[in-house]
Design a protein around this ligand. Structure first.
Ligand code: COA
Ligand code: ZN
Length: 315
């Protein structure tokens, strides 16, 4: 165990099939997504953000949302969630039988317009409708806020703006909010500032952290989250990922790398690292290009190699 007060257990929400695939231009067959989802579940993933019920014109990769859910069914003990932008998305998600919906909007006006073709005020009206539909169907509605740590179009996003939006979401019934670092602009100092400000303003709001490793500090930011007592993190198998409506967006923090870090720090995840690595390798084959995950290449810490695997250096 480590010295400081880290959580004993952390929940990992796998977002690779949604955030990971949404920016991939080549359409991944539903069958392949299904195999990856099953592999993730077999490796111990219990929270799967499977897809989005968005416009298929906006994100063609996720146009098979209904088919994927129908094929996967409702695996025992697994929470299947999906992103929804509006009432139409919520109706589709509820018909398809999700366990929870994640309604989303951005902390900057420009990114909200790019991503949702609406103002933030209009998106808040959509959140209200989604919340109402979820409550009527008895399906939880959580929220995800994009560009919380900086916007690729507007630059700094003031903490006060994030807090004000979180207050509006809370008033609409949202009790769990994912803080999205869409283009990897978060830093340890910013993570601390945002989390502390949100907690002071809304102590009953559960915070989830969603980092991208765009600038190489994704896991460092996650570690700061752990030190702050956050117990729910979103990550992506193999480090897949990126927002198609944000320039420079690259992969999420990588699930195997995060699991490796947590396990080696004595933090329970319920996930089998070796099996997870096998799924990451499968995802890499499915995408057809190297993924950024590192533990999937190096293996677990004590993976040993035969002595004759490399030549001896001789002068
Ligand atoms: N699912 C499927 N179709 C949808 C939809 C949904 N959730 N919401 C709207 N549509 C359809 C409408 O029915 C309409 O179809 P029609 O032209 O055949 O009648 C069409 O999309 C336009 O509807 P409108 O409400 O005017 O949407 P828009 O063009 O303003 O786009 C969104 C708004 C939210 C639908 C679109 O921007 C979107 O899907 N964004 C998601 C982006 C995303 O997923 N980003 C990555 C996640 S961070
Ligand atoms: Zn993301």
């Amino acid at each position: 165990m480590l010295c400081c007060d880290l959580p004993a257990r952390v929940t990992i929400v796998e977002v690779g099939l949604r955030d990971g695939l949404q920016a991939e231009k080549v359409i991944v067959p539903t069958e392949t997504k299904l195999a990856l989802a099953r592999g993730l579940i077999a490796a111990g993933i219990r929270h799967l953000e499977l897809t989005s019920f968005v416009s298929p014109r906006a994100v063609p990769q996720l146009a098979d949302a209904e088919a994927l859910l129908a094929r996967l069914g409702r695996p025992d003990g697994v929470e299947i969630t999906a992103l929804v932008p509006n009432a139409k998305g919520a109706e589709r998600a509820l018909r398809a039988g999700v366990d929870g919906m994640v309604v989303f909007l951005s902390a900057s006006e420009s990114h909200n317009r790019k991503n949702l073709n609406r103002s933030i005020a209009e998106s808040l009206a959509d959140v209200a409708e989604v919340a109402r539909l979820g409550a009527a169907a008895n399906v939880p509605v959580h929220a995800a806020l994009s560009v919380v740590f900086g916007c690729p179009f507007e630059g700094e996003v003031p903490t006060e703006k994030v807090v004000a939006l979180a207050r509006e979401l809370f008033a609409l019934g949202i009790r769990r909010l994912s803080l999205g670092d869409t283009t990897g602009m978060a830093t340890p100092a910013l993570v601390r500032a945002r989390v502390e400000a949100l907690r002071a303003a809304l102590p009953e709001l559960e915070l989830v952290l969603h980092f991208h490793n765009t600038r190489g500090v994704g896991l460092v930011n996650a570690w700061v989250g752990l030190e702050l007592g956050i117990t729910r993190f979103e990550s992506s198998i193999g480090g897949l990922g990126g927002c198609p409506f944000a320039p420079g967006a690259t992969g999420n923090i990588c699930t195997e790398d995060l699991v490796y870090l947590l396990q080696e720090s004595g933090i329970e995840t319920g996930i089998d690292l070796e099996r997870l690595i096998a799924v990451a390798q499968e995802a890499e084959r499915a995408i057809g290009r190297p993924l950024p995950g590192q533990v999937m290449k190096a293996g677990p810490r004590l993976k040993l190699h035969p002595l004759d695997a490399v030549a001896t250096a001789k002068g």
